[in-house]
Design a binder for this molecule. Structure first.
Ligand SMILES: Nc1ncnc2c1ncn2[C@@H]1O[C@H](COP(=O)(O)OP(=O)(O)O)[C@@H](O)[C@H]1O
Ligand SMILES: [Mg+2]
Length: 250
């Protein structure tokens, strides 16, 4: 009997352990004017295949929490005096720089609001998508380009083969956000953090991009932390909701 088949696959993980758990997280910014407490004891968790919507007024600490999870907080001036960020039960705050770097992109990916400032304007989208495979998986230029086209098709960019060598400014806002999603799912991460991913788009395009994200999330069984203002989106896709106010969940 093949007794390995009963082991959970890494993607499934231990069903008892959430994919990501933030416990009593505190983030401060130490500046010349003093200490600003941006996050004051946040707790939330998300499991594989689950969508956690994070709501809250501007400045309540949603993005800073996301940056702390992603490991992209500027430290200094940022500082995490207290708390845990458990990924599959392991505290990422106790990991080495190298261990965290390996999780980024591969296991946890992030989608930002503004694709135009996240994409490099002087490189083609095919090059930037292909970079994920060249850098992380040592793929050849030619194979990486084919993977880029495949990804563009996956996020439903029309005429992907013809558009792979276009530059970011050749695409509409909605298409650029699809490219950001493509980049985030390139390495099939376990968790995606989307920080107001559709805020900059027209309402109809917003819905299309959200539908795509939700569809890919189901297909890849990813956990999704969705930071948003849009209560309609929340009602449609969220499994649970965390509302932040002044650095806390309320
Ligand atoms: N790099 C930084 N330096 C100092 N203060 C910061 C920095 N980044 C964010 N903050 C402050 O942290 C608080 C939370 O910000 P943020 O998480 O971006 O809010 P939001 O909920 O709108 O995403 C705000 O008061 C913001 O000014
Ligand atoms: Mg924000």
């Amino acid at each position: 009997m093949d007794n390995t088949s009963s082991l959970p696959s890494p993607r499934d993980g231990d069903p008892q352990t959430p994919l990501l758990e933030v416990r009593d997280l505190h983030v401060e910014f130490h500046t010349r004017d003093g200490v600003a407490k941006a996050v004051n004891g946040v707790n939330y968790s998300v499991s594989a295949g689950e969508t956690l919507a994070v709501l809250g007024e501007s400045g309540s600490g949603k993005s800073v929490t996301a940056q702390a999870i992603m490991g992209i907080l500027d430290m200094p001036p940022g500082k995490i005096p207290q708390g845990e960020i458990l990924f599959r039960g392991q505290d990422m705050l106790k990991m080495s720089f190298e261990e965290r770097r390996k999780l980024r992109g591969r296991k946890i990916a992030m989608i930002f609001q503004d694709a135009l400032s996240s994409l490099n304007p002087v490189l083609t989208v095919g090059y930037q998508l292909g970079e994920m495979f060249r850098v992380h998986e040592g793929m050849s230029k030619k194979d990486a380009r084919l993977k880029a086209i495949e990804l563009m098709e996956k996020v439903k960019i029309p005429a992907a083969k013809e558009r792979v060598d276009d530059y970011p400014h050749h695409f509409s806002g909605g298409m650029r956000q699809r490219i950001m999603i493509a980049m985030a799912i390139a390495l099939e991460p376990d968790l995606i953090i989307a920080d107001e991913p559709t805020t900059a788009l027209d309402v109809t395009v917003q819905a299309q991009v959200m539908d795509l994200l939700a569809e890919l999330q189901r297909e890849l069984n990813m956990g999704l932390i969705l930071i948003t203002h849009d209560l309609g989106v929340v009602a449609d896709v969220a499994d649970k909701i965390a509302v932040m106010y002044a650095g806390r969940i309320v």
